[in-house]
Design a protein around this ligand. Structure first.
Ligand SMILES: C[S@@+](CC[C@H](N)C(=O)[O-])C[C@H]1O[C@@H](n2cnc3c(N)ncnc32)[C@H](O)[C@@H]1O
Length: 406
């Protein structure tokens, strides 16, 4: 691979914004990709993937390069040189790479690879916490898996097409996909590509949604004609899937505390041809109380640490704080206690997160089941998805049923 000056400059500029200004990596990459209209898909791929790689391996590369935050521009070039050297890319004779100690970099890499938190590039506190919660053997494997680049997974929108038709339409457009056993509507792109510009996407034939996330709506056991409340709907990844499984029959109420996310969901629902979704912003306890005992199904796709989705959001390793994790666990408990009251007797509740930490997952469910509102529920089943076992995002989902006592 030959390094191109303007692509490397763009990457370094982006990393400065992410590391020093605290900007979100996805937003920065989005901006960077608009920088030069002449860039082809390979160029854009280089900028995006190199930026994410250096974010992912920040700690390892910084230790090898012997630089500390806040990084200067020269420091970022040193991180870049480490990235290129470890990838086996020949460094051009630019002034930024003068005196790069190639052999020393490789030696330091071998040496530092003995220490997991450096090898896998995690802050001390996350590494310690995850080892404590998951055990050393599991965390060793999971930490490595969370550093792999995520595949692009599509969900065929069965309101508009079938998985088979979508596969064939994408094939005609030169996107080769494969089915994934055990995931009903999922197709995996054989090669990473931007599928958002395709006609198939504009027509609403598919959404991009990780395979683990695609299991949640099925887990909720929805059927056409029932009433479902998706309490933490966000921009509606799972809401749209629920609506599709319900074949547009019945009612889906999508709620979130952020109105702008629900607005985005409205736009996506229109494209997907999902007509049975109603959006309600949670601006007080009123919208929740109004639905007490009313829903056949309630989904709580709870706000969480996001530690299961680091493959697509490596930035979270560095932005997450221990105090946030404690606060979010309190929110999870409150949400479970209050939103569960929307389930009607005999109805079902799914609590899900994109975290791998038992303290955000099964322990929250356990706590809920012994609480006052939880006493009305029985535990049906749970799925603990780890990235190193599934090859997809880390996820958790538990299915509970409200006793039929009324
Ligand atoms: C894991 S995300 C949801 C992702 C979404 N369900 C999807 O599939 O795309 C969690 C969501 O919970 C929302 N949220 C945070 N606190 C909340 C609360 N107290 N009540 C309802 N939603 C909340 C966040 O705005 C965020 O959109």
């Amino acid at each position: 691979m030959r390094l191109h000056r303007n692509l490397c400059f763009a990457t370094v500029d982006g990393l400065l914004l992410i590391f020093n200004e605290g900007n979100y990596a996805d937003k920065v990459v989005q901006q960077l990709l608009k920088r030069d209209k002449r860039w082809g898909s390979r160029d854009r791929g280089f900028v995006a993937e190199t930026t994410y790689d250096i974010v992912r391996w920040k700690r390892l590369y910084a230790e090898i390069a012997n630089v500390k935050e806040p990084f200067s521009r020269d420091d970022i070039w040193r991180l870049f040189a480490v990235w290129a050297t470890l990838k086996g890319i020949k460094l051009p004779d630019w002034k930024y790479f003068e005196n790069t100690p190639t052999r020393k970099i490789k030696g330091r890499f071998d040496e530092l690879s003995q220490i997991r938190k450096i090898k896998e590039s995690f802050p001390d506190w996350i590494d310690e916490l995850a080892e404590k919660e998951l055990g050393e053997t599991v965390w060793n494997k999971e930490a490595a898996a969370l550093n792999e680049q995520a595949d692009v997974i599509l969900r065929a929108n069965t309101l508009k097409t079938t998985k088979e038709k979508l596969k064939s339409e994408l094939f005609d457009l030169d996107f080769d996909t494969e089915e994934i056993k055990g995931y009903l509507d999922a197709l995996k792109l054989k090669e990473r590509a931007n599928v958002f510009t395709t006609e198939a996407f504009k027509k609403g034939w598919f959404e991009v949604q990780d395979a683990s996330s695609q299991l949640v709506a099925e887990f909720l056991d929805v059927k056409p004609g029932i009433k479902v409340v998706d309490t933490c709907a966000g921009a509606g990844g799972k809401t749209l899937h629920i609506a599709a499984l319900m074949e547009n029959k019945g009612q889906v109420i999508a709620m979130d505390i952020y109105e702008n996310k629900l607005r985005e969901l409205k736009r996506r629902a229109k494209r997907a041809g999902a007509h049975n979704i109603e959006m309600r912003t949670i601006d007080s306890t009123k919208p929740i109380k109004k639905l007490y005992d009313k829903a056949d199904r309630v989904l709580i796709d709870a706000p969480c640490s996001g530690l299961g989705v680091l493959r697509r959001n490596p930035d979270a390793k560095w932005k997450l704080e221990a105090s946030f994790l404690e606060r979010i666990k309190t929110t999870q408990r409150e949400i479970l206690s209050s939103y569960s009251r929307m389930v009607k007797p005999g109805g079902k509740l799914v609590y899900a997160t994109c975290s791998i930490l038992p303290s955000e997952n099964q322990e929250q469910v356990k706590h809920f089941l012994t609480s006052e509102s939880g006493k009305e529920f029985t535990f049906v089943k749970e799925k603990k998805i780890l990235s190193h076992e599934s090859g997809f995002d880390g996820f958790y989902m538990a299915l509970l049923e409200r006793k039929n006592t009324k």
